[in-house]
Design a protein around this ligand. Structure first.
Ligand SMILES: NC(=O)c1ccc[n+]([C@@H]2O[C@H](COP(=O)([O-])OP(=O)(O)OC[C@H]3O[C@@H](n4cnc5c(N)ncnc54)[C@H](O)[C@@H]3O)[C@@H](O)[C@H]2O)c1
Length: 306
């Protein structure tokens, strides 16, 4: 299986590294517009192969889409990241042009590909790819919820004082500080509701810490994070390539699900060889429904800027 990752920056390179280390793909092509940058990242990563024990071949190219031909999955991470104090929405002006041009070049060379959109503001960028290409909706997937859910589980484990492997939970809604909806009501510690262990106040704190998870890291790092985003993308690529049918919250084009249409929003989906195999409709309570409506409103307002 051949995977292309566009953008050999922090997230793209981390994503390529995790894909290679998990050893499920034969080839990863890293593409960047900056002369020699992807080639350098690919060479550095290939020099970890004997140390980390993987056989995936990573090649780097400068803006040459012919080298990406017939990719099974293409990941778009190209674009600018946010700086401290910025929102993801503020990136739209520059990133929309990049994502539109990149997706069109990718699809020209890999018409059967599945596209994973990472560049921010991600829900709007995924929507833009839907609007500007003819790919069926199951083949365009936005990555946000997989990362936000990992951050949610991190915060839950911290509050519980237990291992993350005991924790399950999901974040749906828009991939923004205000739009995320960590579903504390459905989160569990080894099958037991987390509300058995944590007060409502503590759970609300977990929720708020999760929503600003990206901003917290951006402030500490001076730019947005890359390890967890790269790992989240690699998990989604693996589910597609290995046809695992695992459930991830992803930004998917909605056509009536959850009461919304003509919008990409984070909802639980089953990922497999066809990309989005199914959108799962979970029963939300009134408060969660109201949160989803607010979240959708926020994403629509950004979509209107396109
Ligand atoms: N969806 C998520 O959960 C999530 C998480 C983290 C970051 N992001 C987003 O991912 C994007 C990348 O973040 P990063 O930290 O890797 O940034 P980065 O600056 O480290 O890397 C971006 C790379 O894109 C390249 N690039 C720019 N224009 C290009 C083009 N037209 N064609 C090919 N390459 C091009 C740049 O040269 C650069 O190497 C940002 O928009 C960021 O906000 C999303």
């Amino acid at each position: 299986m051949k995977i292309t990752v566009v953008g050999a920056g922090a997230v793209g390179a981390s994503c390529a590294e995790y894909i290679a280390i998990k050893n499920f793909a034969s080839e990863v092509v890293l593409l960047d517009i900056k002369e020699g940058y992807a080639e350098g990242k690919a060479m550095d990563l290939m020099q970890t192969a004997s140390l980390n024990g993987f056989d995936t071949k990573i090649t780097g190219v400068t803006n040459d889409y012919s080298k990406t031909a017939n990719s099974d999955v293409c990941v778009i991470t190209s674009g600018i990241p946010r700086k401290p104090g910025m929102t993801r929405e503020e990136l739209i002006g520059i990133n929309a042009g990049i994502v539109k041009a990149v997706s069109s070049s990718l699809i020209e060379h890999s018409p059967k590909t599945i596209v994973i959109v990472v560049s921010n503001p991600m829900d709007t960028m995924a929507y833009l790819v839907h609007k500007s290409t003819n790919l069926p909706k199951n083949r365009i997937i936005g990555m946000g919820g997989a990362l936000d859910s990992a951050r949610f589980k991190y915060r839950l484990a911290e509050a519980l004082g237990g291992p993350i492997s005991d924790v399950d939970g999901m974040v749906i809604g828009g991939h923004s500080d205000t739009g995320m909806i960590p579903l504390t009501r459905l989160a569990t510690r080894n099958g037991v509701s987390v509300s058995e262990f944590l007060s409502e106040d503590r759970l609300n704190q977990v929720k708020e810490d999760t929503k600003v998870g990206g901003a917290t890291l951006t402030k500490l790092l001076g730019t947005s994070a890359w390890y967890a985003p790269g790992a989240a993308v690699s998990g989604m690529v693996q589910a597609i390539v290995c046809d695992t049918k695992k459930v991830f919250p992803c930004s998917a084009l909605l056509e009536g699900e959850y009461g919304f249409s003509d919008i990409c929003l984070g909802v639980p989906v089953i990922l497999g060889k066809n990309g989005i195999e199914e959108i799962i409709t979970i029963t939300l309570n009134d408060a969660e429904k109201a949160n989803m409506a607010e979240s959708a409103k926020g994403v629509k307002a950004v979509n209107d800027l396109l």
